[in-house]
Design a binder for this molecule. Structure first.
Ligand code: NAD
Length: 290
C-alpha cells in the first residue's frame, strides 16, 4: 500500500533518449553510426519478439541494426563462423546471440567465440572475469539496469545489506558483483538456501531473479526495503514477477512493478552497452550521459 513504484519504463525511456543524444558525436568521430548485430537461431516465438523489439529500439536510437536469422538446423560451426565474421566487421560494435540456442549447439562455445570487446551481453568469461576483479567490463544488461534503478533510488549503496535471490550467470551473479562493487554487503541466495525468509529479512535491498511467480512474500521483507523484481512469469495469461507485489507494497519502501519495471531497462542498457563498446574499441571519448 505504502511503497513507491519504481518506474523502470520511464527511466528506460530517459536512458534511451540519452543514448540517442550521444549517437551523433559517435557517428561524427567514427564516420558511421554505432551498429548492433543480433543473431537469432530458430523460431522460438518469445525470442522472435525480443529480437524484433531490439531491432526497433536500435534504429529508434539512430543506430544501425544488423539482424541475422538462421534456421534451427544450422550447425555450431556455421554459427561460430557467422560470429567470427561479425567480429571482423568494422560496422558492428555489438554482437548479441539470442539465447536459448537449439540443444545441439553448445552456447558456451558460441559465447566464447564473440570478441569480448563486442560482447554487449557481457556473457563472455573475459567480461565476467573483469567484472569480478573490478576492471572495466561490458556488464550483462539486466543486472546493470537493476543497479541503475537502485542508485537512482538510493544514491550511495555503501554498507547496505543486499540479498540477491538467484545465482544465474545472466542475472544473479553479475548483480551480486555489481552490488559488491558499490560496497554493499551482499548475500546470494538460491535454491539450496536454508530459511530464505530469514535471509531476505536482513536486506535493505532485495533483488529477486528466480523465475517463480510471487514467491517472495511481503512479510519476508524488512520494513522499508527496496525491492527489484527481475522475474517474468506468465500466470493465466498475465505477467507476474517473483515477488508478491500487493504484499510487498505493505512493507517495502519502493518496488519495481512487473511489467514496467526491470524489463524495459534491459533493451535500454543494451543500446547503452553498444555505444560504450564502440567508443571503447575505437578509442573515442566515453559517451556522455549514459
Ligand atoms: P535461472 O533459471 O537461470 O536462475 C534461477 C535462479 O533461481 C537459480 O540460480 C536458482 O538457484 C534460484 N532458485 C530457484 N528456485 C529457488 C527457490 N525456491 N528459492 C531460492 N532460489 C531459487 O533464471 P534467470 O535467467 O536468472 O532468470 C530469473 C528470472 O528473471 C526469470 O523469471 C526470467 O524470466 C527473468 N529475467 C528477466 C529479464 C528481464 O527483465 N529483462 C532478464 C533475464 C531474466
Amino acid at each position: 500500500m505504502g511503497a513507491d513504484i519504481i518506474d523502470g519504463k520511464a527511466f528506460a525511456e530517459r536512458l534511451r533518449a540519452r543514448v540517442a543524444e550521444a549517437v551523433p558525436a559517435f557517428a561524427a568521430a567514427a564516420g558511421r553510426p554505432p551498429g548492433l548485430a543480433v543473431v537469432l537461431v530458430g523460431e522460438d516465438p518469445a525470442s522472435q519478439v525480443y529480437v524484433r523489439s531490439k531491432g526497433k529500439a536500435t534504429r529508434a536510437a539512430g543506430m544501425e541494426s544488423f539482424e541475422h536469422r538462421l534456421p534451427d538446423t544450422v550447425s555450431e560451426a556455421e554459427l561460430i563462423a557467422l560470429v567470427e565474421a561479425l567480429n571482423r566487421d568494422p560496422r558492428v560494435d555489438g554482437i548479441l546471440v539470442q539465447l536459448p540456442l537449439p540443444a545441439a549447439i553448445d552456447d558456451k562455445a558460441v559465447i566464447a567465440a564473440i570478441d569480448p570487446a563486442k560482447d554487449v551481453d557481457g556473457f563472455h568469461v573475459a567480461n565476467a572475469g573483469r567484472l569480478a576483479v573490478g576492471e572495466e567490463a561490458l556488464v550483462p544488461c539486466t543486472p546493470l539496469g537493476c543497479l541503475m534503478l537502485l542508485k537512482d533510488r538510493l544514491g550511495d549503496l555503501s554498507g547496505l545489506e543486499a540479498v540477491v535471490i538467484g545465482r544465474s550467470n545472466i542475472v544473479g551473479k553479475p548483480m551480486a558483483q555489481l552490488l559488491l562493487g558499490e560496497n554493499a554487503t551482499v548475500t546470494i541466495a538460491h535454491s539450496r538456501t536454508r530459511d530464505l525468509p530469514a535471509v531476505v529479512r536482513r536486506a535493505d535491498i532485495v533483488v529477486a531473479a528466480v523465475g517463480r511467480p510471487e514467491m517472495v512474500k511481503g512479510d519476508w521483507l524488512r520494513p522499508g526495503a527496496v525491492v527489484i523484481d527481475v522475474g517474468i512469469n506468465r500466470v493465466d495469461g498475465k505477467l507476474v514477477g517473483d515477488v508478491d507485489f500487493a504484499g510487498a507494497c505493505e512493507t517495502a519502501s519502493a518496488i519495481t512493478p512487473v511489467p514496467g519495471g526491470v524489463g524495459p531497462m534491459t533493451i535500454a542498457v543494451l543500446l547503452r552497452n553498444t555505444l560504450v563498446a564502440g567508443a571503447t574499441r575505437l578509442g573515442l571519448p566515453a559517451p556522455e550521459g549514459v
